[in-house]
Design a protein around this ligand. Sequence first.
Ligand code: PLP
Length: 441
Amino acid sequence: MFDHLFKTELTPEEEQQIIETTLKNYSEHLNPGFVQMKRSAKSDAHGVEWRGEGVWMYNIHGHRFLDCLGGYGVFALGHRHPHVIKRVKQTMERIGLYSQELLNPLQAVLAKEIADRAPGDLKYVYYHCGGAETNDAAFKLARLTTGRQVHVTFTKSFHGKTFGALSATNRPVLKKKFRPLVPGFFMAPYNDIDALKDYITEEVASVIVEPIQGEGGINVPDREFLNAIRRLCDETGALMHVDEVQSGWGRTGHYFCSEHFGIEPDIVSLGKALGGGLATQSAFIANDRAFYGRHLLGPNNPGATENPWWFTNTFAGSQLSCAASLASIEVYEQEHLLAKAREKGEYLKSRIADLVAKHPRTLKEIRGLGLWLGLECQTGELGAKLADELFARDILVAQTINNPATIRIQPPLIVEQAELDIVLNGIEDSVIACESVAKAV
Ligand code: PLP
C-alpha cells in the first residue's frame, strides 16, 4: 500500500506524486502554516526531503544540501551513521521497545557510561524522549529534593515548549497566548554576575542555565558567571541545573559543554545528539545532592527513591534509543571526533572572523565553541536574507529562535575540511549577494 514511500530510487512520476500529496497533506492534515512559512516548502523544486547521508541531506529529486543546521544539533554524527545503524539493527534482531517490567541492561550500561564522562559527581540518569520533557522532570526533581518551588532562569533562554519548560523560557511571543504558565519561574539577566544574588536565595529550588545559550543567539557567557551561579547555589542550597540539550554530547568538542567552564552542576539535561542522530533520546543526570536533597532535608531523606516512577515515561530509554546512544560513544571515541570538532571549530571560526572583518555592513560577530557557531548579522532582516541565500546555494542553516539576526552554523562533527571550505565559500558568496541587493535598493 505504501511501497513507493519506502523506495530509495523513485520514478519522476512517483517524485511528483509524493511532492503533491506531501504539500496537500501538510495543508489539510498537519498545518497549512508550515507550507506558507518554511523556507524549503516555498520552493517546490527543493522542498521535500528524501535521504540523508553523512553531512548531506538530499531532496526528493536527489539534489543535495550540506547540512549545517544539523536538525538543531541532532546530527552530531551526521545522517544515518553506519555504526549507529549497525547497533540499532543488531538490537532490533533481538528486542524493540522496553517491556517496562524487566530490567533493561542497555539503559543501565548507558547510564554508567554517561556518568563516567560527566563532570563532577553526576551519576543518576533518567531517560526521556525530548529536551523539554527531561527539563520538566528535572524541575520536579528539584522541587522534590529541596522542598522549594522557585526556579531561576535567564533572559533569552530557551528550554522547550511543554508547560514547565516554556515557563522557564524567555521568549514572550512563544508564551503570551498560553498563560497562565507554571508559577515560580523568575528571569535573571544572563551573564550578569552582580544581579545573581538578588535571584538565587534560600527560596530557590533550582537555577536552570544554558552554558552557552543556543536559541538566544549562541551566547557564550563569562566563565566567572557560571562559577558564580555554582557558588551561590552552594551557599543557598539551590540546585544548579545546566541545560545542555543543544550544547552537550559533543557539539562543542566535549561530551559536556560544562567542561569548558570548569563547573560541576547538580543536574545536567541532554537531548538532541544523545540519540546518535537516529533515536529520540534525552536524559537528565543528577548528583547525590539533587537526587536525595539531604543537604536540606536531612540525612535520611529518600529523595527520588521514594517513588522511582515519578520521573518516568513510557517510551523513554528504549533498547533502540540506548543502542543508538551507546553507538555514538563508540564512534566519538574510535574516531577521536571530539578533539577533531574542537580543531575544525577553531578553523571555521577564524575563517568566518576574516569574513566578518571584510563585510562589516552585513556581518557583526562570530562566536561559539567547537562546531557550534553563531554568525550575527547587523539586523534580523539580514539574518533571514543570509539564511535564504545560503539555502539557494544548497547550504542549510537557520536563524536562532530568540535572536533572528544570528544564524547558527552547526555541521556534523564528521565534517571534512573540503566541506568546511564549501560552507566558507557559500557564506562569502551569500554575503556578497546580500550586499548587492542592499546597494540596488
Ligand atoms: N533546551 C535547549 C537548550 C534547547 O535548545 C532545546 C531545543 O532547541 C530544548 C531544551 C527543547 O528540546 P526539545 O525540542 O527536544 O523538547
